[in-house]
Design a protein around this ligand. Sequence first.
Ligand SMILES: [Zn+2]
Length: 160
Amino acid sequence: MPRRCTVCDHPHRHSIDEALVTGAPYRTVAKRFELSASAMYRHKTEHLPARLLQAREVEEAASADDLLDQVRNLQAHALDILERAEKSGDLRTALAAISQARGNLELLGKLAGELDERPVVNLNVSPEWLELRTVIVGALEPHPAAHRAVLRALEGAGNG
Ligand SMILES: [Zn+2]
């Protein structure tokens, strides 16, 4: 028997999914709904993409589209912040935006993967990701230490 997910079984599951998709930290959402952070994390990474698809298949098509749109909007915001942070030389904000954008891409990648019924999504071949990667690496070139650190992190993420 698979273990029940306390988030999937939660009466406010839809509100929880919405909060997660709009970028609220899973720990914050867990606290708000009095659920464990580990259950919330597992739900976010393992169940949320499938949930969005199920919602699309059944009667919540509009709502699922809405969630997808929200992820896309979030991504546009993250890229906008990244661009502005780069222009002002604010590396700390740029790195935070990169990290947020990467999370969004992973979620979009998972959703795209589920739609294509492919079990594995290789982010390294996503044109959106390659473009973002080029922007990130290029922007950090004047800062050799940050440049090296980000390259290392990107390579580690790509391989693992
Ligand atoms: Zn779940």
